[in-house]
Structure formats: structure tokens, C-alpha cells
Design a protein around this ligand. Sequence first.
Ligand code: BTN
Length: 254
Amino acid sequence: MRWPAEAIWEAVAPLLPGFTVEVLPQLDSTNTELMRRARTGQADPVLLVAEQQTAGRGRLGRAWQSSAGDSLTFSLGLPLAPADWSGLSLAVGVSVAESLHPDIVLKWPNDLWLGDRKLAGILIETASFGEGAAGARYAVIGVGVNIAPRPATGLSTRPAALRELLPQADAPAVLERVARRLVQDVQRFGAHGFAAFQQRFEQRDALRNRAVQLSDGTTGTAQGVDAGGSLLVHTAAGPQTISSSEVSVRPAAA
Ligand code: BTN
């Protein structure tokens, strides 16, 4: 695969001094690798791409399956010091969706969907680093996008693929399409938090006004997100605000 590493570097380096782009043929996981590096004190801004991951990770301890060429798997690592970290995964989702296509919707807290099928996922981890500025942590923002259709092996629903919307899409071109705006938006989040993204999220909120079921079995109707990115759900017991990323939410069967 030919990757536009230089073009991405030229677009991003002016925003992010010390930025580098690194593309490797294989890694266990781009998130795992950047977290390993952060723990050894490497906290420079980097966009790390793996053509293939052998141990891709998703939220809640799940695996993220992908194969070379059929998906884009990368992590952006950079020091970040927002006053409040809540809503970062939503802001990243907004950014990636807006760069890709108007029909892509966002499923709280960090999936990109096409219709009711998952197109992409986001996994954010942070590490403390050295003598960094007050409140700064090293953020590792991992994004996996299905580019070509994949079998539904082990999944309840067949995943969506970007080629359903953009037939010519390939992983290198998609990375070039999302990288600069992603860095800008992460920096905007660092300065202003989720409030700067709330309206943009609302325009693509896949769950809004839909019946949802929480992982503890509670059902209700999703009513959007608050200024901190928490999900608002009206349940029989009254309104609930869900902030924990450990809670999973899915549309309830009609
Ligand atoms: C999820 O859907 O639960 C999140 C999936 C995140 C996958 C990406 S692929 C690049 C980065 N490296 C990983 O191991 N995970 C993220």
C-alpha cells in the first residue's frame, strides 16, 4: 500500500510541532504500541498506522478484528490538557464522521454507524507522562474504520463498510481525508472541551428519540447528550444521565 505520509505530515505539522507519521506493516495494536511508548517516556505527537493489527482492541475489553487493506487502523498520540476529558470520544467521532460522509451517524459513546450497522470504532486511552504541563496527559486516540465489507463472523449484525458510501475508498486515502481535521478537532477539544462539539454531535446522533436498552437492562428513550457528553435517557424511573464509558447502550427492539 502507498501511504500519503508526507502529505499528511505537511498538513498537520504546522498545527502540531514535533509531529511525525509512522506506517508499519504489522503491529499488535496501534493503541497498545503508543501506550507502551508513553510508559517509556515517549510522549511526542505521532500518527501511527498499522496496515495490519494482530491484537486490535475495542472498548470493554473486546477485540477489534480487521485485515490488511480492508480497514484503516491508526492511533493519534499527543499530549493534551483539557479541563474536562468527558466527551472526547464523541468529539473524535464528530470529526471523523464529518470528514467522511453526511450519512454517517454517531452512536454514543464512540461508534460511527451507517444505518444501524457499525462502520467505525474509537478507543481512547491516556497515560500520565513525565514532567508534562499541569494537567496534561498523553492521549492515545485509536480509530478503526471498515473500508471493505467484512463477514459478520461472531457478530450479531454484519458490519458496515465505507465503500458502501464511497466505492473508491481505500485506507490511505481515508487517512488523508480525516487526519488534519482530527488533529484540529482534538486541539479544539483540548481548549474548549465537549461543549464546542455538542451541536455537531446532535446533528448526527443515531440514538436521539429512540428506545434504548442499557447494559443493566434498563430501557428508556435517548434524549441527546448534555454539555459534558453524557447521554440523557428518559426511563420509567425518571431521567437518567449516563456518563460511564463502561455502560453500553443499544437501540431496543421495536
Ligand atoms: C470499539 O469499537 O470498541 C473501538 C475500536 C477501536 C479500534 C481501533 S483500530 C486502531 C486502534 N488500535 C486498537 O487496538 N484499537 C483502535
